[in-house]
Structures are given as C-alpha cells and as structure tokens.
Design a protein around this ligand. Structure first.
Ligand code: DGL
Length: 270
C-alpha cells in the first residue's frame, strides 16, 4: 500500500516503454527527495511509427491516470509523445508538464564541423517541432535527420550490444558520419541505453548529446517556480506498465534499479 502523503506529491513520468527510465535515473539523481511514479506503455510500444492520434490518445489516458494518483507535475520522458501531444496536454491540464524535444540547439553550438546528426523515431523526425528547431538553429549548421526504425525495439528487449543493434546503428550512423557529423543528438530516450554502442560505431571523437540531465534541471526549475506540494521525507519510486509487469521488472533488474515495485497499469490507463 502506498503512503497517501507520497501519492499526493508524486511526479508522474511516462514513456512508450523503457526509454524514459534513462530520464527517470537523472530525475532521481537531481531530486532525491521526490517520489516518482513511472508509467511504461510497453503494451503499446514502440510509438515511433504509430499514428499521431494514437500517441495523443495514449498521452491523455496516461496523464489522466497519473493526475488521478495526485501527480503534482508530469514529465513526458518520450520525444515522440512530447512532439505529438504536449500542446493538447497543456491545454487540458494546469499542472506543470516538462516535455522533451531533440537537443538540436546545444548540438549546433557544440559542433565544430557544423554537421549534426539527429537520431529519433520517424514520428519525431517528421514533426513540425523538429522542422522548427532546424530552421531556428540550423542557419550555419547542416542538421541531418535520421529516423531509426527498429532501434527502440532492440532497447525494449534489452539488446544494447547485439549484432542486430550494431548493424542498425551502422546503417543509421554511417551516412551522417560520412557527411562529417561530429555531434550526435539522441532524440529518443530509448537510445540513451545505446550510448556505448553508438560510441563504438561512431568513434570516441564524436560528441553524443543526451538530454536527461537537462530535463532534470528543467524539472527542478519548474518545481521551484510552481506552487506544487513540497517533496516528502520518504521518497518512493513506483512503476506501472501496460505490458507484462514481470518483463518491466526484469528490465529494471537488468539496469540495476533497486527493489522496484512494478504494477499492471489499470484498464483505464491501458
Ligand atoms: N522513447 C521514445 C522517444 O523518446 C519513443 C520510442 C518509441 O516508442 O518508438 O521518442
């Protein structure tokens, strides 16, 4: 049974699946006194090639579930859901919502070769948000947009280094690297689990921009500026999944998330 005080001041975090756990890790490190409830929509992952209306409808179902638990803030730890649904979520809810978008701005500032490679899902790559980022920050930089079908599935299966993952990475990275990219933006939270494999394919000279710490800082700023309830003394982290709970529990074990409680997402949210 969850402590009602913890429920009343939790921070809701969600992703299509396990990718947002990379963000959750940074949130917990930055805000150790906060309680988090993470929803992995594994039963519907990946979102990358789903219709926008489906991703948006999932966003509303999950936001409704998390606000029903008493969330004081939401973190959409998924670029795809963010670019598709953040606007309509902000129209419906008044609580602070932290969303993601590919870190194109910092990457263009970091790049010396002035060629940046963005890896993301097909939905994110073709979104108006990414087009806007490219036109705003890409004046003196070539921004190469690379959709990566199949990569998030490999992460869902915990296959961070297997041959299929390395072949996909080779196929997705090589054109950008050959074009001179020296900076790679991870525009999908699943890819944070592939940093070592990406570095192996791209070489150590390439800079990989992974935004989870920036998102944690943003959440911290948003909480300080809001009237949200203060954190608890006994911070907890609770997990829900629309897939089999034992699979998420196994993944959490695999990445070293200590003694995680995993529940089935109730039907209203699944
Ligand atoms: N982790 C997600 C993102 O940041 C989506 C991956 C997927 O479900 O395709 O875009």
């Amino acid at each position: 049974m969850l402590n009602p005080a913890a429920i009343a001041s939790l921070i809701g975090v969600y992703d299509s699946g396990v990718g947002g756990l990379s963000v959750l890790r940074a949130l917990k490190a930055k805000l150790p006194g906060e309680s988090f409830t993470y929803v992995a929509d594994c039963g519907h992952a990946p979102y990358g090639d789903r219709s926008a209306s489906f991703v948006e409808s999932r966003a509303h179902d999950i936001a409704s579930f998390l606000t029903g638990l008493g969330a004081k803030a939401l973190v959409i730890a998924c670029n795809t859901a963010s670019v598709v649904a953040v606007q309509s979520l902000r129209e419906r809810y008044t609580l602070p919502i932290v969303a993601m978008e590919p870190a194109i701005k910092p990457a263009t500032q970091l790049s010396r070769s002035k060629v940046v490679l963005v890896l993301a899902t097909s939905n994110t790559i073709r979104s108006p948000s990414v087009a806007r980022l490219c036109s705003t920050y890409g004046a003196d930089t070539r921004v190469i947009l690379q959709a990566c079908p199949g990569l998030a599935d490999q992460v869902e299966r915990g296959r961070f280094h297997d041959d299929v993952t390395l072949q996909l990475l080779e196929a997705y990275l090589r054109p950008g690297l050959d074009a001179g990219a020296d900076t790679i933006v991870l525009g999908c939270t699943h890819y944070a689990f592939l940093v070592d494999a990406i570095a192996k394919v791209a070489g150590e000279a390439v800079t990989i921009v992974e935004p989870s710490e920036a998102i944690a800082s943003q959440l911290s700023r948003v909480l300080s500026a809001s009237t949200a309830l203060p954190h608890n003394t006994a911070a907890t982290t609770t997990f829900y999944t629309s897939g089999p709970p034992r699979e998420l529990a196994a993944f959490l074990d695999f990445i070293g998330e200590p003694s995680a409680q995993v529940h089935a997402l109730p039907a209203s949210g699944s």
